[in-house]
Design a protein around this ligand. Structure first.
Ligand SMILES: Cc1cc2nc3c(=O)[nH]c(=O)nc-3n(C[C@H](O)[C@H](O)[C@H](O)COP(=O)(O)O)c2cc1C
Length: 188
């Protein structure tokens, strides 16, 4: 008998550094995609720029391990482990990812080394997707490649990227191709 897949449980990590109250292009586009999920699909959203994330410290070759995180990092670890599907909602910053997403990702290196926590094994069961916006598609390629390679390193399924043409808030609403793609982006 075929193994039953776990019911989908989406985690959206919004990583724009727009001020609170300003809905950026990337989050708007991701919310279009989220709205097309089957009714009742659990979805959690976190805004990384509004969370307390301590700087990552590389202890791999000294203590070699990390304590269980506390505070917002524990909230993010728990949300990450609870999700079947993780969506990075990340505008292109300097051909790369916004700093809050980079800090969160660096902490994956710590979470892989928390004694007793099977982080890497659990991540390998999940799908990672990317919703991004930028001035033009070509400039997004390095960060798209970066996220795909992160998924590959973690043995995660990479579910692809949704790119839209951004700029000032609401600009992406004029990218009709992106808005159309959003409707099916998160489908199995
Ligand atoms: C710090 C910073 C760096 C940026 N770097 C790039 C870039 O390298 N290439 C590009 O096309 N757009 C770049 N942009 C433009 C944003 O990608 C674009 O405005 C995006 O739609 C913003 O997303 P948001 O509205 O969700 O915050 C940059 C914007 C900022 C604030």
């Amino acid at each position: 008998m075929a193994a039953m897949n776990a019911p989908s449980n989406f985690l959206f990590l919004a990583t724009s550094t727009r001020e609170p109250g300003v809905l950026g292009n990337t989050e708007w586009l991701a919310r279009q995609a989220a709205a097309a999920l089957p009714a009742g699909t659990p979805q959690a959203w976190h805004h990384l720029a509004r969370m307390q994330m301590p700087p990552f410290v590389d202890q791999r070759h000294t203590t070699g391990q990390y304590p269980m995180p506390e505070g917002d990092m524990k909230t993010l670890l728990d949300a990450t482990l609870a999700a079947t599907d993780i969506v990075f909602v990340a505008p292109v910053y300097w051909y790369s990812i916004p700093a809050p997403l980079k800090i969160y990702l660096d902490h994956w290196s710590a979470w892989m080394r928390v004694p007793g926590l099977p982080f890497k094994e659990e991540m390998a069961k999940k799908t990672l997707r990317l919703v991004t916006t930028s001035g033009d598609r070509a400039k997004a390629q390095p960060m798209i490649d970066s996220i795909r390679l992160c998924a590959q390193f973690m043995a995660m399924n990479y579910g692809g990227e949704l790119w839209g043409k951004g700029g000032p808030p609401d600009a992406v609403k004029a990218d009709t191709a992106a808005v159309a793609q959003a409707a099916s982006f998160l489908a199995a």
